[in-house]
Design a protein around this ligand. Structure first.
Ligand code: NAP
Length: 230
């Protein structure tokens, strides 16, 4: 049995990741901060629900205890939960930025460290960090690139931080494979469904790194086309 925990899995890319993993025979645990939404999503997929607000160490600890009690170990952790904020640097308060980092960066560290003892019991553990190409330095400073006009201080820099978090965990945790992915610009609540790409297409990138074989890479940043520049 392969077991996966996906954070922020009640909707959007996280839900689609859970759905696709379940289709592949993985035993899925839906992490969600809202019990009603999480229970509903889990019921639709025949999955297990755990309450998990990534900014609440108590719920993270309780979620790890539940996974341990139910499954004994964890094979796949998808750090998917994230929030957006699109203000220019001059219009972004440090308070707002701190709140966003609580979810997109510190929450990832909280969840990863809490789940590590369970992941270490897996013979082939995988950690997927759901990042974004807009957090890439190379992309942000390329005047000819598609994201040059975007200048969203909190969100973009949070994903840059997440990329470094990924690289450093990957160095420490081998043979656990730790990779960052960009799902692409997908239609979800995060962007008011302005994108046209289905969430499932973005989720497929998470799934590919969640189900990596033993010969797969670690410490990479990829989208569906291949390696992205940091
Ligand atoms: N959509 C895109 O184009 C795109 C592109 C690149 C990267 N991403 C990344 O993909 C990931 C998923 O985003 P999405 O587009 O699917 O957005 P979404 O539909 O808004 O889903 C975000 C999920 O994160 C959850 N979440 C937010 N704060 C949380 C917290 N404190 N604790 C636990 N869960 C929390 C949300 O729960 P609630 O329902 O309770 O709010 C929801 O389940 C994010 O990391 C995002 O940055 C998205």
């Amino acid at each position: 049995m392969t077991t996966a925990l996906i954070t922020g899995a009640n909707k959007g890319i996280g839900y689609e990741t859970a759905r696709l993993l379940a289709e592949r025979g993985v035993t899925v645990v839906i992490g969600a901060r809202d019990s009603r939404k999480g229970e509903e999503a889990a019921a639709r997929l025949g999955a297990t629900f755990v309450e998990l607000d990534v900014t609440s160490p108590a719920t993270v600890k309780a979620a790890a205890a539940t996974v341990e009690e139910r499954f004994g170990s964890l094979d796949i952790l998808v750090n998917n939960a994230g929030i957006g904020e699109w203000g220019l640097p001059s219009a972004t308060s440090a308070t707002l930025m701190r709140d966003l980092y609580e979810v997109n960066v510190f929450g990832v560290v909280e969840v990863t460290n809490a789940m590590l003892p369970l992941l270490r019991r897996s013979p082939a553990a995988r950690i997927v960090m759901v990042s974004s190409e807009v957090g890439s330095f190379a992309s942000a400073i390329d005047p000819d690139g598609p994201w040059f006009d975007m200048n969203a201080l909190a969100y973009q820099s949070s994903k840059t931080a997440l990329n470094m978090v990924t690289a450093l965990y990957a160095k420490e945790l081998a043979p656990i494979k730790v990779n960052a992915i960009c799902p692409g610009y997908c239609a979800t609540d995060l962007n008011g469904f302005q994108a046209t790409r289905p969430a499932a297409q973005g989720a497929a990138v998470s799934v590919s790194m969640a189900l990596l074989g033993d010969d797969g890479p670690s410490g990479t940043f990829v989208n569906e086309e291949g390696t992205l520049a940091w």
